[in-house]
Each structure stands twice: as structure tokens, then as C-alpha cells.
Design a protein. Structure first.
Length: 434
């Protein structure tokens, strides 16, 4: 991923240096396990650890690979340059390249998951804080982009919190599913390496042995992992889209923080654009575009082919680095989001009283009017408000059919905003478990 959308801790997981360090640990731990089994001499296993503090030369490995056309062999050749060819002769005993590549890839995905999980927790904290801050801040709810009924800004934050909490659960499950390793040799039969080696290596790397591998770890695990990332990205876009709508000039119920010296437009000095949430919408697309290739990687020829390899070299770093950046950016947006309660009330009252139409409809049906007739009575008055901007309650009080069914006090009571917020505390208890 380009530096503009990258954070250093996640980038480091995918650096060549980190990859080769993990490869080394896999090989060294495997040698220890084989020495314990008496398959190789103990002194040879110990000799491999002489490279414990070595910084592997990426350029040198690339140079060797240019000749061998094989990345794992290039690494093993470079390792022997540090350990000694005689001492290193048992390295990779009974193993195949995928044992190293797949186990390493899963280690990297697990480490990436740990960062993403902490990112989600940070976002949840920000959403919860803003939810309680605006628990009783009235705003109009919209369906199809049209005024519906009153809600609160706190409930808006709360529903995003609940969605992200589900995403935390998805990421934790995705981490669990991807945390397997395979040291099972060619076609996964353990013919040339004892299963105890796999168990030892996996334990050292914080993985579980893959119950059955072929020559690769099954890619349905990876498909599920990237699908989880795609859902998180879609949730980020969900929040971003709401903020973008709220920041529109004719709405202006909330807005991204605009810092001193920030410029919104090269041409129009008055502009304050929702650039961060627009950016998040685009980044979500980038993460989601990794999902289908991950799904297509599930079907490999027989015990293995490498059609998945080029895909994963790209989507592994790109999806996790992008999502890490996006989660951090969204957290910052939420923490600094400007909220305008007065504008929320002004928007709701743009068509005075109109959003209380359902309460009047229900009251009429409870007063003995058929639902069909009640709907016609309410709608004909509501349409006047749409067309002329008149007051809905005034129109109802002037409608003989309405006042025949409902008293003035009964009509007045239907315009109490508190009616719509009476269960906010109940919803908050469900969401936040407080």
C-alpha cells in the first residue's frame, strides 16, 4: 500500500525483513523438534540458532533468487552463508516450501489481526463516548433520505457502536480461524517429517496445527478472513456515508473537524468538504476488492498450485494496511466530529409538526376510525404542510373529521417529542450493557 494510507506498525509486519525473520524461526524451531526426535544431530539444530541476531540481507536473497528462481531456496542458501553449509545441511529436512510460506503468511495475518482488533476497540471507545454525550440530542430520523420520525444523535452513534462491536467479534473469529500452521511436507502426508515437528513449530509461533493440509493450508480459512475484513470496511463506509450526508450544506447537522490553516478548495475559499469520510468511502472499496480474489483462491488444483500466491502477496498487505489506516482515521473523525443540535431541531421543524403524523394516525384508529379513513384524514393535512409549509397541528385542529374523533388535548399531546425518546435508556442498556 502507498505510504499515504499506511501506518508503520502494520507496514512492518509485511516488510521483507519481518517475513524472512519468520521464515528463519520456522526453520530453526523445526530443527529443534527434529533434534528432539533424533532425526538430526542436536549440534546442527543449535548451530542454526547462530543466526538468531542476524539481519538477513534482502538484497543478497534477491540476488540468489534471480539465479534460482525460487524464493525459499534463495533464503535457505543465504541462511547457510551465516550458519555454515555443513551445519545447515539438515535445515528444511522433510519440509516443502509451502510449510514455510503458508505458516509465515498465517503468522503475519494473526499479527495484523491483533492490530486491527485494537483499532476496533479504540473506535468503539470513541463511539460510546459520543453516544452518551448526545444520548438526548434530538434529530430527525430519515428513511429514503426523507424526514421520518424523531430519534437522537446518541442512538445514531449507538447503532454504529453495535455494528462495530459485531465487527470486533468477526475479527476475533477470523483471527482464530487463520491461526493455523502446517509443517506436513510434500502433499501434506508427513511422509518425510514427523507430525510432532508441526506441533512444536506451531506452539512456538502461537498457532494451532492445521488438522489436515494438502501441500497448502486450506484457503477457505483465508477467504473467511478477508471476508471479515470486507464487512468491517463496509461498516466504515456506513458511518462515513452518514457523516457525509449530515455535513451537506442544506443539512449541516454534523461536520468533520476543520483545522486551522486547512483549505477546502483551491478555487472556493468558503469550502469545508468532508474529505476524510469521502476518503474512507474509497478505502472501503479497496479492502472489499480483496474479498472476491480470496474466495477464488479456495479452489486449487489437486494438492496445490500457486494461482493463489500472487494474489495473496498483494491482498495480504494491502487489505490489512488499508483497513488499519481506515479504522484509525474513522476513530479520529468520530472523536473530533462537530455536532450541531440547533440545526437538527431546525431541520426537524422545517415542516412544522409533520413528523408526528404516525402518532395522529394511530390515535385515530384507537378512537374508532378505520385505518383507511384515518390515513386519508392525516395524509390530506400532511400534504398541505409539504406544499405550503403550514403547521401540521393547526391544520389538524381545523379538520372537522379529525376533531370529531380526537379532542384538542388529545391532538396537542401527540406533538410531545418525549414520546419518541422514552425508550432511549432501554436501547442504551441493550447496546452498552451498562
Amino acid at each position: 500500500m502507498i505510504p499515504r494510507y499506511s501506518r508503520p506498525d502494520m507496514v512492518a509486519i509485511w516488510s521483507p525483513e519481518s517475513k524472512f525473520r519468520i521464515w528463519y524461526e520456522i526453520e530453526a524451531h523445526a530443527c529443534d523438534a527434529m533434534a528432539d526426535l533424533g532425526v538430526i544431530p542436536r549440534e546442527n539444530a543449535e548451530a542454526v540458532w547462530k543466526a538468531r541476531d542476524v539481519e538477513f540481507d534482502v538484497a543478497r536473497i534477491d540476488e540468489i533468487e534471480a539465479e534460482t528462481k525460487h524464493d525459499v531456496i534463495a533464503f535457505l542458501t543465504h541462511l547457510a552463508e551465516h550458519v555454515g553449509s555443513e551445519e545447515a545441511r539438515f535445515v528444511h529436512q522433510g519440509m516443502t516450501s509451502s510449510d514455510v510460506l503458508d505458516t509465515c503468511f498465517n503468522v503475519q495475518l494473526v499479527r495484523a489481526s491483533d492490530i486491527l482488533i485494537e483499532d476496533i476497540k479504540g473506535l468503539l471507545a470513541a463511539l460510546k463516548k459520543r453516544a452518551y454525550e448526545h444520548k438526548d440530542t434530538i434529530r430527525i430520523g430519515r428513511s429514503h433520505g426523507i424526514h421520518a420520525e424523531p430519534t437522537t444523535m446518541g442512538l445514531t452513534f449507538a447503532r454504529f457502536y453495535a455494528e462495530m462491536d459485531r465487527n470486533l467479534n468477526r475479527l476475533e473469529k477470523a483471527r482464530y480461524e487463520i491461526a493455523t500452521g502446517a509443517i506436513s511436507g510434500a502433499v501434506g502426508t508427513f511422509a518425510n517429517i514427523d507430525p510432532a515437528v508441526e506441533e512444536h513449530v506451531c506452539a512456538k509461533l502461537g498457532l494451532q496445527p492445521e488438522p489436515i493440509s494438502t501441500q497448502v493450508i486450506p484457503r477457505d480459512r483465508h477467504a473467511a478472513f478477508f471476508a471479515a475484513l470486507g464487512v468491517v470496511a463496509s461498516s466504515i463506509e456506513n458511518v462515513a456515508t452518514e457523516i457525509r450526508h449530515m455535513q451537506r450544506t442544506e443539512v449541516l447537522e454534523a461536520a468533520e473537524f476543520f483545522s486551522m490553516g486547512q483549505k477546502g478548495s483551491s478555487a472556493m475559499p468558503h469550502k469545508k468538504n468532508p474529505v476524510l469520510t469521502e476518503n474512507l468511502t474509497g478505502l472501503a472499496r479497496l479492502v472489499r476488492m480483496t474479498v472476491v480474489p480470496a474466495m477464488e483462491n479456495v479452489a486449487l488444483w489437486h494438492e496445490r498450485d500457486i494461482s493463489h500466491s500472487s494474489v495473496e502477496r498483494n491482498i495480504g498487505p494491502d487489505a490489512t494496511i488499508t483497513l488499519d489506516f481506515a479504522l484509525a482515521r474513522l476513530t479520529n473523525v468520530i472523536e473530533k466530529l462537530l455536532v450541531y443540535p440547533d440545526n437538527m431541531l431546525a431541520n426537524m421543524n422545517k415542516f412544522p409538526g409533520l413528523v408526528m403524523s404516525q402518532r395522529v394516525l394511530l390515535a385515530l384508529t384507537q378512537a374508532g376510525v378505520s385505518r383507511e379513513d384515518a390515513y386519508k384524514m392525516v395524509q390530506r393535512n400532511a400534504l398541505k404542510v409539504w406544499e405550503t409549509g403550514c403547521d401540521f397541528k393547526t391544520e389538524l385542529l381545523a379538520d372537522a373529521d379529525v376533531v370529531k374523533a380526537l379532542s384538542v388535548d388529545e391532538i396537542e399531546e401527540k406533538f410531545d417529542l418525549g414520546y419518541h425518546t422514552k425508550h432511549v435508556d432501554t436501547i442504551f442498556k441493550r447496546v452498552f450493557k451498562d
